[in-house]
Design a protein around this ligand. Structure first.
Ligand SMILES: [Zn+2]
Length: 494
């Protein structure tokens, strides 16, 4: 009797479950942008609901909160892996982070589409070789207002060295925890400024990709990015109907210098690149209104470029892993006496640039010949690496910063084994002198920061007082040059 009842109940229940599996679970997850039919960029709240749902649906997608913005909004990372993220040593780690700038919505929308495709299992094959971290929204406070800066009025893409914002502190913690081999900082450029309108032509590339440019980064990585990665991405992106260019920076052609990205190590791309990470910046084309204008195509182009990267990384996993490992080992094994370029300049190319632009009035494509094209970077001032630096223990800001970057600092320092030098006359560039000390200054405690570590080149660029891109250039570290004697000392092994 019991058995019969069970059977009568179980059939409809089974059918219900079956149809739920068919039509419930298998319903395609939709991004908030798709749900609102591309009328509005995804809000922070909608994004959080969406990433929670992606986490719930897929065993391969795991949501973690890495921190909070100034105004208390959660910053999510989606760890996407066929195993547990970061545990399989055969896999290469890729990290994509978007919207350090709050008025560049397509990066977020592109990553949400990418997360959706993984949650639905459509991109699963990449997970054979890749562990992926996706951060759709690094500046949620800025994004709520569609403004570039965060709630502290900090440009987060200039804050990746000094780490004054909680947003970048959280990003750095995640980065140094996993040390992904490949990182992409996703942005948009705005081609509709009034100067370009007046000029009559503007840039119209759907996607520009910027590579690492600081000359202290592994030349193997720089060359491989230029010679192998960029041509691949160009073909991949153009084949799918989008226009592409190597990232061009500069104002109106020939009125100012046209070049590629800065050499500074304070942006998302180069701050990771200086640790010999295979790092780049994506620059999609913003909308005229910086909100929803053309957002479907903008998001799809970002998404396509992200998938193109996964395709490239999967096909070249061994090469990339090897050059990143070699580059990082070289830093870890750094010796005193090796040269670091602390001042550089952009150098003119042999050939003018044939720059494709679009006529503002007719919409026609045209080529502008750019004579003032400076594609190369050359060293103007080099210093020889010391064995390490001594930083005053009482300078909490500096010590905290080094710790946030995961720099090795130690209390063990035997003065007898080293020649100690201080910098003097640091008031003006070009006047700085270095003089040897007989002994350490009395009454000052120091931490020793050895040069033979992953952050070797970053440390020289950050700590040398004559560095064009050093800490002395930031208001948070102005105190370093307030006194006659620069408080950081250089030491060489005897
Ligand atoms: Zn940007």
């Amino acid at each position: 009797m019991k058995k019969t009842i069970f059977k009568k109940v179980s059939v409809p229940v089974f059918l219900l479950l079956f149809s739920f599996i068919l039509f419930g679970c298998k319903t395609e997850l939709q991004t908030p942008l798709e749900l609102n039919e591309y009328a509005e960029p995804t809000s922070h709240e909608e994004m959080m609901d969406f990433v929670r749902e992606a986490d719930r649906r897929s065993r391969q997608v795991t949501l973690e909160i890495i921190g909070e913005s100034v105004e208390g909004r959660e910053i999510p990372v989606l760890k996407i892996s066929g195993d547990t993220y970061g545990t399989n040593p055969d896999k290469i780690q890729v990290m994509m982070f978007a919207m350090l700038h709050g008025n560049e919505h397509s990066g977020k929308e592109g990553t949400l589409k990418l997360i959706r495709e993984f949650a639905d299992g459509d991109l699963e094959h990449y997970l054979q070789d890749i562990d992926l971290m996706v951060l759709p929204l690094m500046n949620p406070d800025g994004a709520e207002q569609t403004q570039r800066r965060n709630a502290q009025d900090i440009d987060l893409n200039r804050d990746n060295l000094v780490l004054e914002s909680p947003e970048n502190q959280a990003l750095r913690r995640l980065f140094v925890k996993h040390m992904p081999e490949v990182t992409v900082d996703v942005h948009e450029y705005f081609p509709y400024g009034s100067a370009w309108e007046e000029f009559g032509y503007r840039k119209d590339f759907d996607m520009q990709i910027g590579l690492v440019t600081n000359p202290n980064i592994s030349s193997q990585i720089i060359e491989y990015q230029n010679d192998t990665f960029l041509p691949f991405m160009q073909e991949y992106i153009e084949e799918r109907g989008y226009s592409f260019h190597n990232y061009l920076v500069g104002g109106i052609p020939n009125e100012s210098v046209t070049r590629h990205s800065t050499v500074d190590i304070n942006d998302g791309r180069q701050s990771m690149g200086i640790l010999n990470t295979f790092s780049m910046i994506y620059e999609g084309k913003n909308g005229r209104d910086r909100y929803a204008d053309n957002i479907e195509e903008r998001a799809n182009c970002q998404f396509t470029s992200m998938v193109g990267l996964l395709e490239f990384v999967m096909a070249n996993k061994h090469d990339i892993r090897q050059m990143v490992e070699e580059g990082r080992n070289k830093l870890i094994e750094s010796q005193q006496g090796e040269k670091v370029a602390i001042q550089t300049e952009f150098v003119k190319g042999d050939e003018p640039l044939q720059m494709p632009l679009k006529s503002v009035s007719t919409g026609n494509d045209t080529i502008i010949v750019v004579e003032e094209y400076y594609p190369y970077v050359e060293a103007v001032l080099e210093v020889e690496k010391p064995a390490g630096y001594l930083v005053p223990a009482e300078d909490e800001d500096l010590v905290n910063l080094l710790q946030m970057h995961n720099v090795t600092i130690t209390g063990d320092f035997v003065p007898e084994d080293y020649n100690i030098f201080r910098y003097t006359n640091i008031t003006g560039p070009g006047n700085i002198r270095v003089e040897q000390l007989e002994d350490l200054p009395l009454g000052v405690g120091y931490f020793f920061v050895p040069i033979n570590q992953l952050h070797s080149n970053m440390l020289v660029l950050a700590l040398e007082p004559e560095s064009q891109i050093g800490l002395v250039n930031y208001s948070a570290f102005e105190h370093l040059k307030e006194e006659d004697d620069y408080p950081i000392l250089r030491v060489y092994k005897r």
